[in-house]
Write a new protein. Structure first.
Length: 239
């Protein structure tokens, strides 16, 4: 069933930035144009809030990314990357995103989750049946949980038009499909390398090799020395 969208519909967009970033990098080797994603997902409706949940590291390399999000009208919520003893790293916004979605739901008509993580499937069901809001999911189809697609009211597959949502996207050249033709006895005979004259002689001309062999036999017989006639003087007397 198609979802209802109108210009007065209040929309909130919650972006799992890490999930979308790694999906785009793995599938296309590109970065996501989050501004284009939000604009396409909102679809001329009334945007109340757009939140991106991001992870900050000690190097601070992601600060330029945060600034770019802010310029497009997307608020950022940051969480420090936790490094445990032994080098294990952990950072996720699953709980924080879910709490914000439930907290904002009474003020919204539609909640848009930009993620492909199947862990958010229970959240989608809760928002639909307990809060009474319309829930839409936006992500790349190849990396999105099947369960998440099933429970959402609408799924927007970014993979259908990657040139709109990726930065410096270049379509990959399609590999030419080799046509495999069914081999027939005649084609097999024509394509087979010639090894000797007898293997490729048509069936109706099978007599020819026999004649050749007979001729060859005659030639051998002619090349033999003639047999001398027997004469009695050639026999030596014994005794």
């Amino acid at each position: 069933m198609a979802v209802i969208k109108h210009k007065d519909q209040r929309v909130g967009v919650l972006i799992d930035a890490q999930n979308l970033y790694h999906s785009a990098k793995h599938l296309y080797g590109c970065k996501v144009n989050f501004g284009a994603v939000v604009k396409h997902a909102v679809a001329d409706r009334k945007l109340i809030r757009a939140l991106a949940y991001v992870i900050s590291t000690e190097s601070g390399e992601e600060n330029s990314f945060f600034d770019a999000l802010t310029k497009t009208g997307i608020e950022t919520k940051t969480k420090d990357l936790q490094i445990f003893y032994g080098g294990q790293k952990k950072a996720d916004w699953d709980v924080g995103l879910a709490v914000d979605a439930i907290r904002l739901a009474p003020k919204l008509d539609t909640v848009i989750l930009v993620t492909g993580d199947g862990d958010f499937a229970p959240l989608v069901e809760y928002l639909k049946f307990n809060e009474g809001v319309q829930v839409e999911v936006v992500s790349f189809g190849q990396s999105t949980s099947a369960k998440l697609k099933e429970v959402t009211d609408e799924f927007l597959d970014l993979s259908l038009e990657p040139e709109l949502f990726l930065i410096n996207y270049r379509p990959q050249p399609q590999r030419e499909k080799k046509e495999i033709s069914r081999a027939t006895p005649s084609s097999l005979t024509q394509n087979r390398p010639v090894q000797n004259n007898q293997q490729h002689i048509p069936m109706q001309k099978n007599v020819q090799p026999v004649v050749q062999m007979r001729n060859l036999g005659q030639q051998k017989a002619i090349s033999r020395p003639p047999i001398k006639p027997f004469k009695s003087r050639d026999v030596k007397r014994i005794g």
